[in-house]
Design a protein around this ligand. Structure first.
Ligand code: AMP
Ligand code: MG
Length: 491
């Protein structure tokens, strides 16, 4: 493996070669104070062949703090629009982020270098173009957590902080997050061209996405139809994975939906603590449009918006046919994951009710979602074993007992072996998730210039399925103060 210095990174900026209507070229606006590296993810550096030692050079903080550009970079703000909380907004675009350029690594993989918090752009509307340290750290940590969980996501290379004041509900400090993804094209990137009736451009965009990211479709006569079908599938399976791990995105607007089916644009996201299907992680979402249990339906609504944007390229019947698959694709993946979370190998007809009834028990007893499933892995199917540790999680113990009898019978029906199932379940039921309060503690320390907790939390989050010695505190339920932290869009 050849490590590269910053100056040796290889750029090939395909987006900058698209028609000018797709973006505005401009440079980042640096901080006025001296930038410093707050967090650095060596694993993400490997994706672009970057030598992790490069983080120690002063140029690194300057580069990802927006005051230095590398030759080969062509920074630009991408144009997009989107449906926000159900309402079409004709122009959004990168209002505080810039695509610095695309790095191609030794394996030929392409990675966007996307700098969030890089200053105002023509798409900033009333915004200041900045991100606060708090939100940059949250996105950084959650990218690592999702990657560790095996859920498709954009990745985070680093957070660079500053002393520049940024005004939100209170004065905070500004930071920039360097994000990596094979593409930052969103549903909204298609929508803006459709609603502006730039249908030739729409075709250019579709061909561009297919050429780089769906090359197996490039020569097909029905390539646009197939592209849509694959986006529907990726979206449905992504959301099934969110549901299985108890995660809510919080702002599933179509401008935050990746055409590659990646988890994109981390805002007020949250992992559930106590199981609550109506969990709303975004304090500003008063009507619960993006509540946890709405996500699968919203995913369908969002691919519906993409379908509308593709009508100049694909017959409506074909788009409808793909949309009709969404529900089955979601259900199949969700059931597959939930069966696995229960340690079931075979498919049986009443699995769904076994799963739903367990979730119902968790809800009525306010049981922690992550802890419940991890503890279920140790379920003993031996006669007379009351499974006390698991049972004690529930307020209504006799209802748990009734369910446990059904579960035991179900396990026996497929000759499940406790020890083998335990190992299998520990590979799908994480021990550690990025609880809000854990991120909050890491942020508070970082605001006092101690960034060590970010690294510790990142390290725990990278291996969420492993028992990590000495790290049990990170697997504990939140303290009471940490259960109801308020997170909103304004970050
Ligand atoms: P988000 O909620 O972060 O997905 O952002 C939605 C839209 O608002 C996007 O067009 C962002 O670029 C823009 N935006 C969010 N925050 C800011 C900000 N502080 N300054 C400028 N634009 C912003
Ligand atoms: Mg966004």
């Amino acid at each position: 493996m050849l490590w590269r210095s910053l100056e040796q990174l290889v750029f090939d900026n395909t987006y900058a070669r698209l028609p000018e209507a797709f973006y505005t070229k401009l440079a980042p606006t640096p901080f006025t104070s001296v930038p410093s590296v707050v967090a650095f993810n060596a694993e993400a550096a490997l994706l672009i062949d970057l030598d992790p030692q490069e983080v120690t050079r002063p140029e690194f903080a300057r580069l990802f703090g927006g005051s230095l550009l590398l030759s080969g970079m062509e920074p630009l703000a991408m144009l997009y629009s989107g449906h926000q909380f159900g309402v079409y907004v004709p122009q959004l675009g990168d209002g505080r982020a810039l695509l610095l350029g695309e790095v191609v690594n030794e394996r030929g993989e392409r990675w966007d270098l996307h700098l969030k918090g890089a200053g105002r752009t023509p798409f900033s509307r009333d915004g200041d173009g900045r991100s606060v340290l708090r939100s940059a750290i949250r996105e950084y940590l959650c990218c690592i957590a999702m990657q560790g969980l095996g859920i498709p996501t954009t990745q985070a290379l680093c957070v660079v902080g500053s002393d520049d004041p940024v005004y939100r509900e209170q004065v905070e400090t500004g930071a920039m997050l360097l994000r990596l993804a094979p593409s930052h094209v969103r549903f909204g990137t298609f929508e803006v061209l459709y609603y502006r009736r730039q249908h030739e451009h729409l075709k250019v965009l579709a061909d561009y996405v297919i050429g780089l990211h769906f090359p197996h479709l490039a020569k097909r006569a029905d390539k646009y139809e197939r592209l849509f079908g694959e986006v529907v599938e990726r979206t449905a399976t992504l959301i099934a994975q969110w549901q299985a791990v108890g995660w809510a995105h919080g702002v599933m607007n179509t401008d935050n939906m990746s055409i590659l089916g990646l988890t994109l644009d981390y805002g007020p996201f949250g992992f559930m603590d106590d199981y609550d299907p109506a969990f709303i992680c975004n304090h500003s979402d008063v009507n619960g449009r993006y509540a946890f249990n709405q996500q699968p339906m919203i995913g369908l609504w969002n691919v519906g918006c993409l379908a509308q944007a593709l009508t100049p390229l694909v017959a409506k019947e074909a788009l409808k046919a793909s949309l009709d698959h969404y529900h089955r694709l979601f259900q199949d993946e969700y059931l597959r994951l939930m069966r696995a979370k229960l340690g079931l190998v075979e498919e049986q007809t009443d699995d769904r009710s076994l799963i739903d009834d367990f979730l119902h028990l968790l809800h009525e007893s306010h049981v922690d979602y992550t802890i419940a499933f991890r503890t279920l892995g140790s379920f003993s199917s031996a006669d007379g074993d009351g499974n006390d540790i698991l049972r004690d999680l529930f307020i209504h113990r006799e209802r748990f007992d009734d369910w446990a009898v059904r579960y035991r019978d179900r396990l026996r029906s497929e000759c499940s072996r406790d020890d083998e199932r335990h190992r299998r379940m520990n590979r799908i039921n994480p021990k550690y998730v990025l609880r809000n309060y854990l991120a909050h503690l890491a942020i508070e320390k970082a605001q006092q210039k101690d960034c060590s907790e970010i690294d510790r939390l990142a390290a725990v989050s990278r291996l969420p399925y492993d028992d990590q010695p000495g790290m049990d505190a990170y697997a504990a339920p939140p303290p009471n103060w940490g259960k109801h932290l308020v997170v909103s869009c304004s970050s």
